[in-house]
Write a protein that binds this ligand. Sequence first.
Ligand code: DOR
Ligand code: ZN
Ligand code: ZN
Length: 440
Amino acid sequence: MTVDLVLKDGILIVSDRESVRSVAIDEGKIEGFYKHGKEPRSKETLDSRGLYVLPGLIDMHVHLRDLDQSNKEDYESGTMAAAAGGVTTVVDMPNSVPPVLSKEVLDRKIKSALSKRYVNVGFYAGIPKDIKSFDAAMAPDILGFKVYPHAPLTEGTVYDRKRIQECLKLAKDHNLPLLFHPDSSSKGDIAKSQEEYFRIHSCESEVRSLQSFLDAKVEYEARLHVCHVSCAATARLILEHRAEQTLTAEVTPHHMFLSGGDFAHDDGRAKMLPPLRSPYDAKMLSEALSTKCVLDCIASDHAPHTDAEKTAPFLEAAAGIPGLETTLPLVLTEVFEGRMSWIDFLRCCCSGPAAVLGLPNKGILAQGYDADIVLVRRQEWYISGADFYSKAKITPFEGRRVLARPISTIVGGEVVYHEEEFVARLGIAGQVPVRKPYQL
Ligand code: DOR
Ligand code: ZN
Ligand code: ZN
């Protein structure tokens, strides 16, 4: 037998231990694992000695913009950032311009992504004000619904109990998760000072918002996913409801590894929503992830903006930072320095998001799974936004020392990125839109 590709003699993580193996890939899938010298013949071989062979990351929370905000990011630059960051699947949020509230806009985004992507791209949809007008023909092409109770995609929508229940019902009817941004402020709450901004978007506001969704969910079986948990108190509330298999949650690297006090008072570069919290919150999030298994996924919330929008004073600056090129280095640094186990890394960055999104063929290195793989070198380097492939080059992690670097990224068996070069043709690798297999 001749397979398409063999990744030869790399370091695999087997039961939390390092083990040298070769991985054979055929027709976009993982064909098998072999000891040195036992590999099948292959059309191509990639020498992986000294490199960690890991499942590509699944980042279930990114804003790739495109369409009318292509100046901030488009599917080409966004998926280049993903591939260079070892992320093989991204799921794109619906708060684009225009927002994803109709099949027409979803189809435009799919068409654009199809011609320009380097990795797998999935999509979420928003929910129209009149829920009955949701076009069910969109359902096979999306992986979930996303709502912003504090800043609805449709003018004048209020996320009271009735609205939340209708959204949960829609999600359940289509067997999709309902994702939400926990924030109980309203669109009219415009901060006039920095202090007011933090008060409006406080931990209390985050917890209250989660509580309102949990209350609305009491009698519903729908799956609810909490985006970017940023406070210790929110993690605590999730823990209390953890018995419900239908409740899942994600955390960003910046909420785990940074806190507000790390930055000058008026610095818009570290402005994001939810805001950075206290060192206590950051510490408790890391603990919630590892010790308590309260958090299912690490997601970057990659939210690119222009340099001018980020260098403005805090109140005027746009909220959001790029994250696709920093997640893997930051999180693997935790693993290499002994603060996170391999199991938690693989769970939160790969298999956890696959489970939340309902993708049974992704997120694990196992026979028959999609060959979405990243080869990583353990190496000390310093994060520099100027080197990002993302159009957004301003990062609050500028100058941070990290210990892991993606060397090669493989999507659906195709090597797309290798030693700082893009080697696959644009629009060739991966799946757009990413669909649940049974819907194919
Ligand atoms: O910081 C953020 N940026 N938070 C959000 O909820 C939206 C995002 C964006 O789209 O820029
Ligand atoms: Zn959000
Ligand atoms: Zn977001």
